[in-house]
Design a protein around this ligand. Structure first.
Ligand SMILES: [Zn+2]
Length: 122
């Protein structure tokens, strides 16, 4: 008698020992170290692939999280999501700005391709 749905449907409801044996067998299956080693290796591989995708998409944390939570489905979502713009710093205040911004949202300095072209606004 294996630990699967057919064992559950063939279980004699009047025999409590059979129910107990099936429960112990299913518990032994879940606590088998081989199963856990495979699960851990699979998760680590998923995270590594997610990190590689994230490196190309400039979103390592996002794609590692997706891969850790969803596995290969997370890879597909990562591949379908748009790549993040490379982070840039404001030359005036050194706070992070998006690459396409024309003005710093923190200090208001004019930006052009990450380089400061104008004076700081009052
Ligand atoms: Zn700034």
């Amino acid at each position: 008698m294996g630990c699967d749905l057919s064992a559950l449907t063939n279980l004699d409801p009047t025999d409590p020992d059979a129910t107990q044996r099936l429960l112990e067998q299913c518990t032994a299956t879940l606590t088998d170290p081989t199963l856990w080693i495979w699960a851990i290796v699979f998760t680590v591989v998923c995270i590594a692939v997610g990190a590689i995708i994230g490196k190309h998409k400039n979103a390592v944390a996002r794609d590692v999280l997706l891969a850790a939570m969803l596995g290969p489905i997370g890879w597909i979502i990562s591949l379908l999501l748009p790549a993040r713009k490379p982070a840039a710093k404001c030359p005036s205040c050194a706070k992070p700005v998006d690459a396409g911004d024309r003005h710093c949202r923190h200090c208001g300095a004019a930006l052009a391709g990450g380089a400061k072209i104008g004076a700081r606004k009052p």
